[in-house]
Design a protein around this ligand. Structure first.
Ligand code: SDX
Length: 428
């Protein structure tokens, strides 16, 4: 293949370099296009536009491939732990025993959040959405750790900010849940590993010893691994562009949490369960709801279906679907919405509307069913997605800084009014 593309505009031809990634993806480098031709490109929603070159996560939407730092998601979901995957994403390689022990120890040193954070917790209405609380509370960490505001952090300072972000997120998430119940918060127990500690703070009680079921720990590890990164999705792109202005890690992650909140993105896992519950209350008529999703005049969409990149299947959905059956069986739970979900999937995958548009279940379609089985309320599901995605956000933010990428500032095509003269208000 030629090393450049030719773009012909009028009687001029422009040579644009072709870039090929290590997995064979190809791009036309247009970084000098405007200087050469005066033209910019337009690609609303960035469906065809790469924002960066990254060595963290690779997706192949046609083949349903997802790899973190070259390791297949199927192997990591089966063999690794969430904190080991966090290390892999952030530092680039699977850790040795010593590296993992040191990493877990460092994290355990910073699991407490400043007691003054409770004043923010107390200020939220008891039924305020957990994602709004999480975004605010994570951003407020920058107030307690002003050293994180330095643009040119040393490697040690950057690492400390990363460890604090990872360790305190689990505590904050569990405190948000406890507050929603009106229960006293639980404090971290550094004898536990990261996921067990989180589950103990979430489901533990001051009034009695609660044993965290290893089945729940294993399921939580799998779910968090599957959510850990996903290349330049909406929330990760947000974290990168906010970080590109040299905003600190807490503010950048807080922005990512806000982007993830939307029902078209991370909020879909909550929307899926709400949809399944509505179908159940409506008598479980899956055909009726499939037809609503296909009806252009009906705003209803089949939540948990479709993906910007996966046009075959979402490998994470396949793993979660199997985990659903395993976990519900182990916990002895028979959840009617799981049966409705399976019927929806079965019908949709045969329906030409979905087949033609390559709409398959995505990561959010089954995850809510497991979260519910593990005891989480629906409005905590997207917060759990954020907890899982945190290592990916951190890794991508760190890569952007280490690559010294310029501040993100897209162009536009102006299509508004031209040359209007100011008119005094009494003459309008
Ligand atoms: C996540 O990017 C990532 O990597 C995200 C994520 C991650 O890990 O970070 O994977 C996590 O966000 C998963 C997606 C969760 N969202 C949902 O499940 C919400 C429901 N799905 C969609 O709204 C939609 O599929 C998107 C937003 C996920 C993708 O939208 P696109 O790529 O912009 O596609 P589109 O909206 O242009 O849809 C193409 C066609 C349209 O029909 P036509 O105009 O061609 O007739 O497919 C239709 C859409 O109407 N369509 C759906 C549908 N999704 C798309 N029709 C019914 N139900 C749906 N769910």
């Amino acid at each position: 293949m030629s090393s450049s593309a030719q773009l012909k505009i009028g009687d001029k031809t422009y040579d644009l370099p072709i870039i090929e990634g290590t997995e064979g993806e190809k791009a036309i480098d247009i970084s000098k296009l405007r200087d050469q031709s005066g033209f910019v490109t337009l690609d609303i929603g960035y469906k065809n536009t790469g924002a960066t070159q990254s060595g963290i996560t690779f997706l192949d939407g046609e083949l349903g491939v997802l790899k973190y730092r070259g390791y297949a998601i199927e192997q990591l979901a089966e063999k690794s732990t969430f904190i080991e995957v966090a290390y892999l994403l952030i530092y680039g390689d699977l850790p040795t025993t010593k590296q993992l022990t040191d990493f877990q120890y460092e994290i355990s040193r910073h699991t407490l959040v400043h007691e003054d954070m409770k004043k923010f917790f107390d200020g939220f209405p008891s039924k305020s959405h957990p994602m709004g609380q999480l975004s605010s509370l994570v951003c407020s960490l920058s107030a307690f750790y002003p050293e994180s505001l330095k643009s040119n952090q040393t490697k040690e300072e950057l690492n400390l900010s990363i460890v604090k972000m990872l360790s305190k997120m689990a505590t904050i998430v569990s405190w948000i849940y406890k507050k929603s119940l009106g229960h006293p918060v639980m404090y971290p127990q550094n004898k536990y590993d990261y996921v067990t500690n989180f589950l103990n703070m979430t489901f533990g009680q001051l009034t009695e010893d609660v044993v965290i079921d290893p089945v729940v720990v294993s399921a939580m590890n799998t779910l968090l691994i599957l959510h850990a990164d996903h290349e330049q999705n909406c929330s990760t792109s947000t974290v990168r562009i906010v970080g590109s202005s040299e905003s600190n890690i807490y503010a950048s992650v807080s922005a990512g949490i806000s982007a993830l909140w939307g029902p078209l993105h991370g909020g879909a896992n909550q929307a899926v369960i709400e949809m399944l519950e509505k179908i159940k209350e409506d008598g479980g008529d899956t055909d009726k709801w499939i037809n609503k999703a296909k009806d252009k005049n009906d705003p209803f969409r089949l939540m948990g279906f479709g993906h910007r990149v996966y046009k075959n299947f979402d490998p994470r959905a396949k793993i979660i679907k199997k985990a659903c059956d395993d976990i519900l069986e182990k916990l002895g739970i028979n959840d009617e919405v799981l049966e409705i979900a399976k019927r929806l999937e079965e019908v949709a995958l045969k329906d030409p509307y979905f087949v033609e548009r390559k709409l398959y279940p995505n990561v959010d379609f089954y995850s809510g069913i497991i979260y519910r089985a593990l005891g989480f309320p629906t409005d905590m599901f997207t917060v759990l997605f954020a907890l899982g995605r945190l290592p990916g956000w951190i890794a991508q933010w760190k890569e952007m800084k280490q690559n010294k990428e310029p501040i993100g500032r897209p162009r536009q095509i102006y299509n508004g009014a031209v040359n209007r003269e100011y008119v005094e208000i009494d003459k309008r």
